[in-house]
Design a binder for this molecule. Structure first.
Ligand code: ZN
Length: 77
């Protein structure tokens, strides 16, 4: 894998676990600083997304529960 291929793969998927990609990351002094920067950015984005999901999820659950409460209660007997 050369530098151009590495950079392309980095933009597509910085979490790529291909051995050619990882060994270029470790061994190329030209690409490593940039790859580290992209990887850290990607981690931060993931963290932000992880924080953003629960509030939306809980409001969806509350909305779902309100809908259920509106349904008439069926008597079993
Ligand atoms: Zn390189």
């Amino acid at each position: 894998m050369n530098c151009a291929e590495f950079e392309r793969q980095l933009m597509i998927d910085p979490a790529c676990s291909e051995s050619a990609f990882l060994s270029h990351w470790q061994n190329c002094m030209r690409c490593k600083p940039e790859a580290d920067k992209v990887w850290h950015m990607n981690q931060q984005i993931k963290k932000l997304l992880a924080v953003d999901v629960p509030p939306r999820l809980s409001s969806r659950i509350i909305a779902e529960q309100k809908k259920r409460r509106k349904r008439p209660i069926r008597r079993l007997f």
